[in-house]
Design a protein around this ligand. Structure first.
Ligand SMILES: Cc1cc2nc3c(=O)[nH]c(=O)nc-3n(C[C@H](O)[C@H](O)[C@H](O)COP(=O)(O)O)c2cc1C
Length: 200
């Protein structure tokens, strides 16, 4: 097993101050850190700094290049979106579309990487539909959605403490379980690179 800790990238949230989606993604990242991972978060402000993706324009801003490079280096990911009008928010989808830049990598898009998914919405229907949509996106981008998806109904559940940490034990348990699944698969993949260095 490789000594280098897995590197996990978090993507998600909204531009809203105190975004619940961003807080949940951060919670999953923190749980992977507790297992030994290193992490990097791209929350609402970082995603808002990404220009509208234009496939016909190869120019990239520093923020776009930084984001693509981080995902390229990642051993695993956490992606979170609010349910907006029954689907993934434009802010999150714009960032995912930019990852078209990984199409010619050996590890195309999310290949060989576990991807934990988080959805927050004002109702369970949008939670389920948006989680399913995110799973479809990750499949299209050749990633491995973890069996555990974290969904939070922000109307029914009092999830956060005053400092923004997750206080709901069932939501915390889901974040922990998802983090364990991400960490486990990321470690397996890292170990396989060490066993077969030519394949990385
Ligand atoms: C433009 C917009 C569309 C929304 N559409 C839905 C929806 O279709 N279904 C739903 O349950 N909640 C919907 N919501 C509510 C958000 O999903 C919910 O408030 C969520 O917690 C926001 O995430 P955040 O706290 O990370 O900003 C919508 C909110 C906005 C701003």
């Amino acid at each position: 097993m490789s000594a280098a800790p897995p590197f996990i990238v978090g993507i998600g949230g909204s531009t809203r101050a105190g975004s619940s989606g961003e807080r949940i993604v951060r919670c999953v990242l923190e749980e992977t850190e507790a297992l030994g991972a290193t992490t990097r978060m791209f929350g609402g402000p970082e995603l808002a700094a990404l220009p509208h993706f234009c496939p016909e324009d190869p120019a990239r801003s520093d923020a776009q290049s930084d984001f693509v490079d981080a995902v390229r280096q990642a051993d695993g990911l956490v992606i979170g979106s609010p349910g907006y009008h029954g689907g993934v928010s434009g802010l999150v989808k714009n960032a995912l579309d930019l990852l078209e830049d990984l199409r010619d990598d050996r590890r195309v898009y999310f290949s060989e990487r576990p991807v934990g998914l988080v959805v927050v919405a004002a109702g369970w229907q949008a939670c389920g539909i948006t989680l399913q949509a995110l799973r479809g996106i990750v499949h299209a981008m050749r990633g491995w959605p973890t069996p555990i998806g974290v969904t939070v109904n922000t109307v029914e559940q009092a999830v956060f403490d005053v400092d923004g940490t997750v206080k709901d034990p069932s939501v915390r348990a889901s974040c922990t379980a998802q983090a364990q699944q991400i960490y486990w698969l990321a470690q397996q993949v890292r170990a396989s690179w060490q066993d077969h260095p030519g394949s990385s």
